[in-house]
Ligand binder design. Structure first.
Ligand code: NDP
Length: 291
């Protein structure tokens, strides 16, 4: 099926997206503020449009991927009515508020809007390992799902266009916290002459162990009840003091361990000492000053 695709924005990611559509045989029209970035794609069969509005006129499915929300507005605002009847997919990283704002704008133009979050680097686009999250009207997603799957895995999250951006930051937060934990551990071990490469297999096992806890902890968070299935928060807090002590005596920065213990201390102060670790969910839900 020869669904025509338009890609607006040919940075590192936009070029990867357009390349994947081209490889899959979709007639692909591209546009970029700096036209020279289209050269390689044109050599591979893409059509270069002279303006963003000419590019939009050529595609059933319009994908935009530029630096940020302001750039999206700079590209889209002049298009106005040209998007009517089309499906616009915005794969630019942003906030849920920005996504909902563009959704409202697109609705006024008569366009269907899907907001997406790319959870992959450009080099992975077009492989099954590249996951892209989508949110917005389900019929628009389902209509173009086979085309969007040319980019990699496609996961539909729901009708609220803000959901892709929210899942994106939630997953990034998770990754940063895991990586910070690994780097903190590597710093401690490094002070004793153990290199990070030696630590990595044990770190991996620990991460896999935590992965196994997720289903039970998720249920506890959803239920708002945190029975201690394995160890209590009081037990965790005692071990956190060891982590701070080791950091201080080895001359490793104790800021992250202190923050982690301060969170758990607050939960204990609020009566969760006998509960399981997931009781910290209560702290994350509401800023300290508002409780
Ligand atoms: P680049 O910096 O490589 O490209 C930025 C693009 O935005 C260029 O096409 C640039 O045009 C365009 N642009 C910026 N400002 C404007 C403007 N005012 N008007 C018109 N066009 C503008 O970034 P990437 O391609 O790497 O990233 C694009 C998006 O993809 C970002 O939101 C990023 O967060 C997201 N993303 C990127 C990943 C990555 O690994 N690269 C991973 C996941 C998401 P010009 O060429 O003329 O400067």
């Amino acid at each position: 099926e020869h669904i025509t695709v338009t890609v607006l924005g040919l940075g590192l990611m936009g070029r990867a997206l357009a390349g994947a559509f081209l490889r899959a045989g979709h007639p692909t029209t591209v546009w970029n503020r700096t036209a020279a970035k289209a050269d390689d794609l044109v050599a591979r069969g893409a059509r270069l449009a002279g303006s963003a509005s000419a590019a939009v006129a050529a595609g059933d499915l319009v994908v935009v991927c530029v630096s940020d929300h302001d750039a999206v507005r700079a590209v889209l605002d002049p298009l106005a009515g040209g998007l009517g009847g089309r499906v616009l997919v915005n794969l630019t990283s942003g906030t849920s508020r920005a996504a909902r704002e563009i959704a409202a704008w697109a609705a006024r133009q008569g366009a269907d809007y899907l907001d997406g979050a790319i959870m992959a680097v450009p080099g992975a686009i077009g492989t099954p390992g590249a996951l892209v999250l989508y949110s917005g009207p389900r019929p628009a997603f389902e209509r173009y799902e086979p085309v969007l799957r040319r980019l990699g895995g496609a996961r539909y999250l729901g009708g609220d266009q803000g959901l892709s951006a929210l899942h994106d930051v939630a997953v990034l937060s998770l990754m940063w916290n895991i990586l910070n934990g690994f780097l903190q551990g590597a710093a401690l071990l490094g002070a004793a002459g153990v290199d990070a490469t030696t630590f990595a297999p044990l770190a991996r096992t620990a991460i896999e162990t935590v992965t196994g806890w997720l289903p039970d902890y998720a249920r506890q968070v959803d239920d708002g009840a945190y029975p201690a299935l394995d160890s209590t928060l009081d037990t965790h807090v005692a071990a956190m003091a060891h982590l701070i002590g080791e950091s201080e005596s080895l001359g490793v920065d104790p800021a992250l361990p202190r923050f982690v213990k301060a969170l758990a201390d607050r939960a204990v102060a609020e009566g969760h000492g006998g509960a399981g670790y997931a009781a910290l969910a209560e702290l994350f839900r509401t800023p300290a000053g508002e409780r």
